[in-house]
Structure formats: C-alpha cells, structure tokens
Design a protein around this ligand. Structure first.
Ligand SMILES: [Cu+2]
Ligand SMILES: [Zn+2]
Length: 207
C-alpha cells in the first residue's frame, strides 16, 4: 500500500476504488496538477470481482451468479448486508417479458429444473405471502418486470441476514435466489402460484 501513498491523487483513488472499482479507470485526472507524475499506478489490484470472495460474515457486498436451466448466465444479484437486512441489486437477462417473481429459497443447490432449491426460505414457520395473515416467509420478496428479457432493480429484505438472527442465509443447507416465470400473487400457499423456476443462483451452497 505504500506505493499508493505518495501522491494525493493516488490517495484519492485508493479511497474511491474499493467499493465499485469499475469507475476507477474513468476517474478524471486533475488538470490543476501538471507536475503530477504520469506513471501514477492504476489500482488494477482493486477487487473488481472481490465481492464474490468476501467472507459471508462481513458487511461487504456479495455477488450471486444467476443461471438458466441450461446453465447459461442469467445475470447477477449483488447482495449488500446492512444493519437492518439485505439490499439486493439485480441485473438479470434472458427472462422474456412480463412480471416475474423473486424469492430466497431454502436450499443452496441450483440443478435441473431448480426444484433442487426447495421451498421458500422460511425458518420462522410463517405462511407464504405479504397478504397472508401469518405471512410472509423470510424469503418472500416483491415481483419485478422483465422487458426484452432483462431487468435491473433493487429490493430490500429486512427479514434476513447473511449470518445470525432468526433467518441467516448461511445455515447448513445454504440458500438460493430463484426467479419464476410468473407473478407471485402474495397469498397462494405455499409459494404464490408463481410458475416455473427460470433462473437460480446459489447464495450459500448446501453443506
Ligand atoms: Cu420462488
Ligand atoms: Zn413464500
């Protein structure tokens, strides 16, 4: 790290780079400092894909790779832990057009038609859906809309945590994110009549 400590520019880059490093290469150069060395080291060692390597117990974002049933990529979901739950940022593809449902499922296995992921994550023994009197499951989350196959959105789930609490995602059988090809009606048992499972991603693999 001493390499980066020699100029204020490098120091600024060092502070700016870790969270979302792709912006580092487009950081404006300071034209008021003509004597700045031109060989300022670029922070190529910044963790552009480090999110997936972060330990689950920390507060660092974790990127979940989503896949279709044929194994092709369905994009990513980046999960950012907060003191109050998990913020999920989805960047998905290959999902057709229309309303889709989005859940945390109880088993961290994405195989075949993704029934391997089990039911909705429900460690607190609730009923399914926001409209259910004894709902919702900890893994229930709002629907989203895919357009031309893609969807980018954020959602927040205050009922779960990466570890600890009533609904930790890192329990022994892990956790998966599942997208269904229909809308969750937020009340049908046990899973909102949401349709086929069209994308899946392992948050924590089953032990
Ligand atoms: Cu589901
Ligand atoms: Zn549910």
């Amino acid at each position: 790290m001493k390499l980066f400590a020699t100029t204020s520019l490098a120091t600024a880059l060092l502070f700016a780079a870790p969270a979302f490093a792709q912006d580092a290469t487009t950081a404006p150069t300071d034209t008021t400092a003509p004597t700045a060395p031109t060989d300022t080291p670029t922070p190529t060692a910044a963790p552009t894909e480090g999110a997936a390597a972060q330990t689950a117990d920390g507060m660092e974002p974790v990127t979940v790779e989503m896949q279709h049933a044929d194994g092709s990529s369905a994009g990513t979901v980046t999960i950012t832990p907060t003191p109050h739950g998990l913020l999920l940022a989805a960047d998905l593809s290959g999902l057709g057009d229309g309303e889709r449902s989005f859940h945390l499922h109880e088993t961290g296995v994405c195989e075949g038609d993704f029934t391997s992921a089990g039911g909705h994550y429900n460690p607190t023994d609730k009923d399914h859906g926001y409209m259910a009197e004894n709902g919702p499951h900890a893994g229930d989350m709002p629907n989203f809309t895919a357009t031309d196959g893609t969807a980018q959105f954020q959602t927040f789930n205050p009922m779960v945590a990466m570890s600890g609490g009533d609904a930790p995602l890192n329990d022994s059988d892990g956790t998966a994110i599942v997208v269904h090809d229909g809308a969750d009606d937020y009340e049908s048992q046990p899973s909102g009549d949401a349709g086929d499972r069209i994308a899946c991603g392992v948050v924590f693999a089953a032990e």
